[in-house]
Design a protein around this ligand. Structure first.
Ligand code: ZN
Ligand code: MN
Length: 477
């Protein structure tokens, strides 16, 4: 079977996280609202209304286009895409056709196997969403809440060669959308929807065979499974001497199977024409420069920089750049610590990240600031507190917002290395444990750990363990 390769292109619809919809002032995100409560005459297409373009939609589109290395058009237009469907009250969708906001572009995917796949972008345009229909007890129900929700449609070239590459594209796209702050990119909430075009050919061939389109895949695992299933089906068909028909397929998550849907309209059926109710979008140099003024370093570049600048392993760099706020936090902590960047990475990945995940915190609003984290690591470095106290301090600082040094001082957490203080406790422990002392002296030296533990417990973890051990060894002689 390995003589075949898959040829996959993905069409994604990205919901932008603007406050309001694309052409009216209804809320853009109505995920939690009852049906048909977030609508107005504009987004339900009442006669006589006029759409007004939401500026923020263009600005978020510009950010994404820039990140995808696409070319921005100084002048772009909206068009009407005409079709009939119950969830489309106007009878047309306002979209962009031949003169969209941007064109071209690409994204490089660093695959876990070590190679890089370049994915080209064939289409990138702004449009409005349609409503939703669903069946309930034999009745067809329509919810217009989603009508007019701002979307970017982005279509890749047929550049992906496996289900894993398709999944990786979505993982990286989701990361990028959140990094740019243009979309929450939550597939479960339909912020990021994906259709996949799949065909196969013999390895070495360059032409494209008839493809099928898979719809209704709403998680990254579903995309991977659906494509895998379809590749296997197409290979079976071709091996049996049958031709692949250009079907539209629907992925059924529960049964893990693909079902044939309606055949699709061709482009000519949509009768695109310019939207006469909207002005062209003029993206002049000043506006464009203002939008791109704070354009961030992108995740892949930052990941590579973390490896070269801080000497981090790829693994650390990948985790620390998974989210922009986390990577900002790391860099601020490294700067404040002014020591080994790998040590900061260890504390952040092992201790702080667990706290962030457990408590659902955001790195940019934590009371445990990067400066405080650096301070705690330094206190441990300087032997002022032991490592367990340091770890406990993380949550104490997060809960109270107090400076680590102040908590150490106020609660007497500083490590006790004073020989006489420890000696007194050791004597106490030995006096209370005659049986263990006897066993130790009889040769059960593994009890040393238990003795050290008792001393630590009595001193609430503050004793210098090395000193405790030395004193114990001396007195047990
Ligand atoms: Zn509205
Ligand atoms: Mn579309």
């Amino acid at each position: 079977m390995s003589e075949y390769e898959a040829v996959i292109g993905l069409e994604t619809h990205i919901q932008l996280n603007t406050t309001t919809k694309i052409f009216c002032s209804c809320k853009a995100d109505s995920w939690f609202d009852p049906p048909n409560t977030n609508i107005c005459p504009v987004c339900t297409g009442m006669p006589g209304v006029l759409p007004v373009l939401n500026k923020a939609v263009v600005e978020k589109g510009v950010l994404l286009a820039q990140a995808m290395h696409a070319e921005l058009r100084p002048l772009s237009f909206f068009d009407r895409k005409n079709y009939f469907y119950p969830d489309l009250p106007k009878g047309y969708q306002i979209s962009q056709y031949d003169m969209s906001l941007a064109f071209g572009g690409w994204m490089d995917l660093a695959m876990p196997e070590g190679y890089t796949r370049r994915v080209t972008i064939h289409k990138l345009h702004l449009e409005e969403d349609a409503g939703k229909t669903r069946n309930e007890a034999g009745v067809r129900l329509i919810d217009f809440n989603r009508c007019g929700v701002p979307l970017i449609e982005m279509v890749t070239g047929p550049d992906l060669r496996s289900a894993d590459e398709a999944a990786q594209y979505l993982i990286r796209l989701r990361q990028l959308l959140r990094w740019l702050g243009v979309s929450e990119a939550d597939m479960e909430k339909a912020h990021l929807r994906c259709d996949a075009n799949v065909s196969i050919r013999l390895k070495g061939e360059t032409h494209l065979n008839p493809k099928t389109e898979i719809k209704n895949v709403n998680s990254i695992d579903a995309v991977r499974n659906a494509i895998q299933t379809e590749i296997a089906r197409q290979i079976r068909e071709v091996e049996a001497g049958r031709r692949i028909a250009a079907w539209t397929l629907e992925w059924d998550e529960d049964s893990g199977t693909l079902k044939k849907m309606r055949s699709k309209e061709t482009e000519a059926d949509y009768r695109y024409f310019r939207e006469p109710d909207l002005l062209p979008v003029r993206l002049d140099d000043a506006w464009r420069a203002a939008i791109l003024a704070d354009f961030p370093e992108l995740p892949m570049a930052r990941r590579e920089r973390f490896v070269t600048q801080y000497g981090l392993p790829e693994y650390d760099a990948e985790i620390l750049t998974s989210e922009r706020k986390l990577s900002d936090y790391y860099e601020a902590a490294v700067k404040a610590y002014a020591g080994d960047p790998k040590k900061v990475s260890n504390w952040l990945m092992n201790e702080v990240l667990r706290m962030i995940n457990d408590r659902d915190l955001s790195p940019d609003t934590m009371q445990l600031t990067p400066v405080y984290l650096a301070e705690i690591i330094r206190l441990v470095d300087q032997n002022a507190i032991n490592i367990n106290t340091g770890k406990a301090l993380l949550t104490r600082v997060q809960d109270s917002g107090d400076a680590p040094a102040r908590i150490v001082e106020a609660e007497g957490l500083a490590k006790v290395s004073d020989d006489s203080a420890i000696r007194a406790v050791v004597q106490e422990v030995l006096a209370e444990s005659p049986k263990e002392v006897e066993s130790y002296k009889a040769g059960k030296v593994t009890l040393m750990g238990w003795f050290v533990g008792q001393v630590m417990r009595k001193m609430r973890g503050k004793a210098d363990a090395t000193v405790a051990r030395t004193v114990l060894e001396e007195l047990l002689q």
